[in-house]
Design a protein around this ligand. Structure first.
Ligand SMILES: Nc1nc2c(ncn2[C@@H]2O[C@H](COP(=O)(O)OP(=O)(O)OP(=O)(O)O)[C@@H](O)[C@H]2O)c(=O)[nH]1
Ligand SMILES: [Mg+2]
Length: 318
């Protein structure tokens, strides 16, 4: 039985991977699952680290007036493993290894030790969260957008692992820095169109495969920082964000990538549970059935309005 599920962040520097992880961790505590038997918890130092990051994020944001926004959290160094555990009816079912990476790694040369390790992680990962900078996607020139989100590099990193094995994979395209376009339907359409055009190398690759599903999830990890304007041209082109003083730090939809990721992990795990061992011990005590019922309940907490690409049936629970 597979007991350890691997998940990883994949995305360039400063797109918001660690911010997303810290806000997702905060959402984890809000998922009320006790009556359905699931319990999700951080293991080792993960809880302390992510809680600290979250506190830092909310405090700095609270203090800021209407200003330009720079780096709020320190950049991640190398590859960091965050460990989580999932229990069902007080028994541990699964270990989750969730990797956060320094975005700079994407451009590391082949002989770099970390890039080798990261490729190994990608090859094993059931869930990959590709974090994408929404402001660059919608408002940046093609040059800037590609140099920030690196769609071709992302595809090339996914390719070896995805083609080696038939393992089922979920790729979550989580768009950050897109507060401005989430306000109305027109903005949302604009964002989706920009994603489908500029992230085409990755989308085409996913749609060719029968073992991969992608889901587009735009989120508000900060909620109070908005796109302001593009300054400069060519190599000097930069994106300027401002802090809106009347808006509070209020992450939104951040529970959704988390729910998609966990539901996928649990679904894969449920398939691995089948077999004689489950038949003998679990089914006789009704535990297998209870597990499935809880899983369906949990998976129903996912918002199914997000657009999916590739093998869509992989995210269906029954
Ligand atoms: N406007 C806006 N800014 C964001 C959002 N998420 C992150 N940011 C900004 O992006 C900066 C970088 O975020 P991080 O989470 O550190 O980025 P990272 O991807 O972990 O970066 P590395 O660890 O260097 O690879 C933050 O300090 C924020 O200023 C978002 O949803 N909206
Ligand atoms: Mg980071």
């Amino acid at each position: 039985m597979q007991k350890n599920i691997v998940m990883t962040m994949l995305g360039p520097e400063a797109v918001g991977k660690t911010t997303l992880l810290a806000t997702m961790y905060n959402e984890l505590a809000k998922i009320e699952t006790t009556e359905h038997g699931f319990h999700f918890a951080a293991a080792n130092d993960t809880g302390v680290d992510l809680e600290t990051a979250y506190q830092k994020l909310s405090q700095i944001i609270e203090k800021q007036a209407y200003t330009h926004i720079g780096q709020l959290l320190p950049g991640t160094a190398g590859i960091i493993e965050r460990q989580f555990e999932i229990s069902f009816q007080d028994n541990k079912e699964l270990d989750l290894s969730f990797y956060d990476i320094a975005g700079g790694l994407l451009l590391a040369k082949e002989d770099n030790k970390d890039i080798k390790e990261f490729k190994g992680i990608l090859a094993q990962a059931a869930v990959i969260i590709n974090v994408i900078d929404g402001a660059a996607l919608v408002e940046g020139s093609l040059l800037l957008s590609d140099s920030i989100n690196q769609p071709t590099r992302v595809r090339d990193l996914l390719r070896p692992g995805f083609t080696q094995s038939k393992q089922k994979r979920l790729v979550l395209f989580v768009i950050t820095k897109c507060e401005t376009w989430l306000k109305d339907e027109q903005g949302q359409k604009k964002l989706q169109k920009a994603f489908e055009t500029r992230h085409k190398p990755v989308l085409n690759f996913i749609e060719e495969r029968s073992n991969v599903v992608g889901v587009l999830i735009p989120v508000k990890t900060l909620g109070c920082v908005e796109f302001s304007r593009i300054e400069g041209r060519g190599e000097d082109e930069t994106i300027v964000f401002t802090r809106r003083p009347h808006l509070e730090f209020s992450p939104e939809k951040v529970d959704q990538p988390l729910r998609y990721a966990l539901a996928f992990a649990l679904l894969q795990h449920d398939k691995n549970r089948s077999g004689w061992s489950r038949f003998a011990s679990d089914w006789l005590s009704n535990k297998g059935e209870a597990f499935q019922e809880s899983l369906i309940w949990f998976a129903n907490g996912r918002d199914r309005n997000f657009k999916a690409y590739g093998k869509k049936s992989l995210i269906d629970v029954i």
